[in-house]
Write a protein that binds this ligand. Structure first.
Ligand code: NAP
Length: 401
């Protein structure tokens, strides 16, 4: 690939695609031209000349003169088709599509190996925080023990506005959407799925294991109320949706759940749409990265950095993954390294005690009942919380104590 002028084929011209376009126009260093942009909606007015646009993906995928395909669409199935076609054509790809990556990681890893081509995706997790390349390169030889992060700008924004400005949940979500922080389908944000997809990516680069979305326990903030915020405030705590992957013996505990966070935590003061990631290693101790977690320009800048990395032929080495697979000699199942059999202490707010059916409660530490709201603080079997994942009709709010 030439180091001077690179030719890009871009899929998607929404929040992130337009952010990338703006940043590229102001970039001093990187010389890159967007040759064509593929979008979907013929009726939509575009901010730039119609000559750039196509509605047919073949107009980009069939071109032989493009150096990089940049995939920034909001549909994971179409994105997977585009990305796998490009990789099979031997063209490097930059994407920010965490859902597509997490749902298809093993296949995408194999395609990179088979075609000896790069697929990089810094914008897909942690927004503008350069976390993936750091995990891949800087923490390469470090004995990482845990990674914890606030990975969803919309959820953090909603929680901050509810707590600091007494803003109603629905209004805060609407504002997150207006600001371009939310996914096209905001359920992916508030139910924790977006956080989970990003966690799956960070787990690959931290520990070398590829988990499937159905293996990772995820509960969101969609049922949070001011009662929960008040409970936290009275104890000097904040509620944060935290993704965590940590090593316990030879196994890993990986989940995305709301947590109460105290003032001593570096994540306590990560507010609004900011993201924060704490990395803990055996020798480096704890380090925290903080930065804008969502939005047009912060994500666009991460995408630009990836395009720039491709000009010096950057590729993820997946050394941790390869080492683990070598150790297990082709007989490797990441799921077997996942620990889901442990007890966890949680706060659960509920309207009707019947809603707690299915959760295996080991011991109740605190119980509160009133005409308005009820909650328990209890130790429960982690495994038994899986039934609540993605359950649209559940009204429970669960938060790790
Ligand atoms: N927004 C953020 O802060 C953020 C942060 C990190 C990562 N991401 C990720 O970045 C990606 C893009 O997000 P976004 O917020 O920019 O989405 P968006 O604003 O909804 O824009 C999506 C774009 O994709 C186009 N599109 C959808 N399906 C298509 C298809 N089959 N072929 C061609 N174009 C198609 C749409 O075309 P039309 O213009 O014709 O509708 C639109 O231009 C997503 O994977 C998202 O998860 C977003």
């Amino acid at each position: 690939m030439t180091e001077k002028h690179i030719k890009l084929g871009l899929f998607g011209f929404g929040c992130v695609g337009q952010g990338l376009y703006d940043i590229l126009n102001h970039s001093q260093g990187l010389k890159a031209d967007i040759e064509k942009i593929c979008v979907k909606d013929h009726a939509k007015k575009r901010k730039i000349d119609a000559k750039y646009f196509t509605y047919d993906k073949e107009d980009i995928l069939n071109r032989k003169d493009l150096d990089v395909i940049v995939e920034l669409i909001d549909n994971s199935q179409d994105a997977y088709e585009i990305v796998s076609r490009a990789l099979n054509n031997g063209v490097s790809v930059v994407t920010a599509n965490k859902k597509m990556l997490a749902e298809n990681f093993e296949a995408l890893y194999q395609l990179q190996e088979k075609n000896n081509v790069a697929l990089i995706y810094e914008g897909s997790a942690g927004g503008s925080i350069p976390i993936i390349r750091n995990l891949e390169e800087y923490y390469d030889n470090e004995l990482l023990s845990s990674i914890r992060g606030l990975l969803n700008g919309s959820c953090n924004y909603i929680l901050t506005r509810m707590e600091l400005e007494n803003m109603d949940y629905g209004k805060a979500l609407g504002m997150a959407q207006e600001c371009g922080f939310a996914e096209s389908d905001p359920w992916l944000d508030v139910a924790g799925y977006d956080t989970m997809y990003k966690l799956i990516l960070l787990t690959v680069h931290s520990f070398g294991i590829i988990l499937k979305p159905e293996q990772v326990l995820t509960l969101g903030i969609q049922n949070i109320s001011f009662d929960d915020i008040t409970y936290a405030k009275e104890k000097g705590l904040r509620i944060k949706l935290i993704a965590t992957a940590h090593k316990v013996g030879d196994k890993f505990r990986v989940y995305a759940l709301p947590h109460f966070v105290n003032k001593e935590s570096d994540l306590y003061n990560v507010l609004y749409e900011n993201n924060g990631v704490e990395v803990e290693g055996a020798y480096s101790c704890k380090q925290t990265f903080v930065g804008k977690g969502a939005g047009s320009h912060p994500t666009g800048s991460a995408v630009l950095s990836d395009i720039s990395a491709l000009t010096y032929h950057y590729k993820y080495g997946y050394k941790k993954l390869k080492k683990l697979r070598q150790q297990h000699k082709g007989n490797f199942d990441s799921g077997k390294l996942l620990d889901v059999d442990f007890d966890i202490k949680v706060y659960i707010r509920f309207a009707d005690k019947n809603d707690l059916k299915g959760i295996e409660i080991v011991a109740v530490e605190e119980e509160f009942k009133s005409a308005k709201t009820n909650y328990i603080v209890a130790t429960v079997k982690f495994n038994s919380l899986f039934d609540l994942k993605g359950k649209q009709d559940s009204k429970l709010f669960v938060c790790v104590v």
